[in-house]
Write a protein that binds this ligand. Structure first.
Ligand code: PMP
Length: 345
């Protein structure tokens, strides 16, 4: 890979970060007259820990990663945005992303005035490492991969991902938001082998914590330090930090059970969907959703909305003609969906 100093935007490399009031004193107790907070209404009067030390320790244990390899953000969406801001000079640099994939990469690219070079997945949604690498040029700073991919649901071949990471001179961002639903496929245990790899994960999916907004980026400390320098000082509020500590502790043994249950339901739901005359195909899924090809996506979508069941119409997405994306719910929710679908036509 190119040296980090060459990949980063020069203004970011030279940026003097905002220093927050409690940079030096990290104790919990004391008389705090340093940050112009109110002395009333404890604990909400206090700014949160800008470095999220406790939370990083706990997450580090859960993920078997050292805290200095972890960035925490207001959802992984925050890390997506910061990666553009750190590396891509607006109007000059570009990124490569697969198509179809998660929509926020191109939104964050557009807000940063950074073109996206899209590389179409193969018909079977597999990834061509050669095509992705060939799309990159001298000004390509980031390659965006997502595995399991949204909305196609599949994991990519390890060898293809590995080839891209090894052969690309810039940064590869591997979004593993759905990795918990495909046990054993994460690259996180091998993060140390790849100095140019950034892995994104989230508490929004398997952990059931989308509402508190907590996402993670994992990378070597030099990259994490850059993201930390350019984030808003207090990007994770105290409610999120406190609630996350509480929920991680209380749910860490339950998540595996939730995941197993959703994987079982995913299989059942797929089998059922295939019995419907208007379903053409259910794509294999490594995630907590199914991509379903139908002969009338809009009709089915509207039929379900009438019954207050909301799915995602993905029929206008590349390679997803006719497709709905359906999140796997609880057993009862999936039964309600099945009953409603049986009444279509
Ligand atoms: N990556 C992918 C692939 C996603 O599908 C999503 C959410 N739909 C996200 C990231 C965003 O997750 P978060 O809630 O952590 O911002």
């Amino acid at each position: 890979m190119k040296p980090l100093e060459e990949l980063l935007r020069p203004n970011i490399l030279n940026l003097k970060p905002y220093s927050s009031a409690r940079d030096e004193y990290t104790g919990d107790s004391g008389i705090f007259l340093d940050a112009n907070e109110s002395p009333f209404n404890y604990p909400y009067n206090r700014y949160p820990d800008p470095y999220q030390r406790k939370l990083k320790q706990v997450i580090g244990k859960v993920k078997s990663v050292e805290p200095d390899h972890i960035f925490l953000g207001n959802g992984s969406d925050e890390a997506i945005d910061l990666l553009f801001r750190a590396f891509c000079r607006p109007g000059i640099d570009n990124v490569v992303a697969i198509d179809p994939t998660y929509g926020m990469y191109s939104v964050a690219a557009a807000t940063n005035d950074t073109p996206v070079k899209s590389v179409l997945l193969n018909e079977d949604f597999s990834l061509s490492a050669e095509a992705v690498l060939a799309a990159a040029d001298n000004n390509t700073k980031l390659i965006w991969l997502c595995s399991p991919n949204n909305p196609t649901g599949n994991c990519f071949d390890n060898a293809a991902i590995e080839k891209i990471v090894r052969d690309f001179a810039g940064i590869v961002v591997l979004d593993e938001a759905y990795t918990d639903f495909a046990p054993g496929t994460s690259f996180l245990p091998r993060l140390g082998e790849y100095p140019n790899l950034v892995i994104l994960q989230t508490f929004s999916k398997a952990w059931g914590m989308a509402g508190i907004r907590l996402g993670m980026a994992f990378a070597r400390p030099e990259i994490i330090r850059v993201l930390s320098r350019i984030k808003y000082p207090y990007n994770l509020n105290i409610l999120t930090q406190k609630k996350a500590l509480e929920l991680i502790e209380s749910n860490k043994d339950r998540v595996k059970f939730w995941v197993e249950q959703l994987i079982t339901e995913r299989g059942r739901l797929a089998d059922f969907l295939l019995t419907l005359p208007f379903v053409r195909k259910v794509f294999p899924s490594d995630a907590n959703f199914l991509l379903v090809s139908t002969d009338d996506p809009k009709g089915i979508y509207n039929h379900l909305i009438d019954k207050e069941i909301i799915v995602r119409d993905r029929s206008s997405v590349t390679l997803c003609e006719g497709c709905l994306r359906i999140t796997v719910g609880t057993h009862d929710e999936n039964v309600s969906l099945a009953e409603a679908l049986k009444k279509f036509r």
